[in-house]
Ligand binder design. Structure first.
Ligand code: ADP
Ligand code: MG
Length: 180
């Protein structure tokens, strides 16, 4: 019960839609399995509920209706204990989250992951610009207090293991700090 109010968005890059391949979903699901927290994939939620507002022709994907996504998640988020998987985090209410993680993958590694997904040239290029990592990190810093935003490497399987262990430690510490 004391997990109430503990939530983590994994805010990662994704130029517009699809799967950008930094490892949010891999980390989010594994973390949920090992922590007992709930896992929510915002992309899936939007698809199921058709929570869209228009279509982006350039990137060939629907545009998220951010307000409806927030409405849809509000009850669950106020209960807490949720890991939220999405590439952006600036439209979520700040009070929802206690920790924000931004995953970062080296360009050469990411290029290979996205190539195997059949991304077109433009989408590949836009996704593999290292500035985008910085932009998403800065977006997270602008939206949440600096102390709760963490950038984590996500290049190799050992990174995944390290990240999970580190996050589990943070969760444990958070629980200690917030139980009396
Ligand atoms: P996202 O949800 O950010 O699009 P995924 O979790 O779907 O990313 O991962 C994209 C691909 O990268 C998958 O094939 C996954 O197995 C692989 N992957 C994820 N994290 C790592 C990692 N730390 N090391 C190596 N491969 C990884
Ligand atoms: Mg994903």
């Amino acid at each position: 019960a004391f997990l109430g109010g503990l939530s983590f968005p994994l805010c990662i890059r994704e130029a517009a839609s699809g799967t950008p391949g930094v490892g949010k979903t891999t980390l989010g699901k594994e973390l949920a399995a090992r922590s007992g927290l709930k896992y929510v994939n915002v992309g899936d939620l939007a698809r199921e509920g058709q929570l869209y507002d228009g279509y982006d022709e350039e990137y060939d994907c629907p545009i998220l209706d951010e307000d409806r996504v927030v409405d849809e998640l509000e009850n669950q988020m106020s209960e807490g204990g949720v890991i939220v998987d999405y590439h952006g985090c600036d439209f979520f209410p700040e009070r929802w989250f206690h920790i924000v993680f931004v995953l970062k993958t080296d360009n050469s590694v990411l290029y290979k992951r996205l190539e195997t997904r059949g991304y077109n040239e433009k989408k590949l290029k836009d996704n593999v610009q290292c500035e985008i990592f910085q932009i998403l990190y800065e977006e997270a810093l602008a939206s949440y207090s600096e102390e709760i935003v963490h950038q984590l490497p996500s290049n190799k399987p050992e990174d995944l293991e390290d990240n999970i262990n580190q996050i589990l430690n943070w969760i444990e510490q958070w629980i200690k700090d917030h139980s009396s």
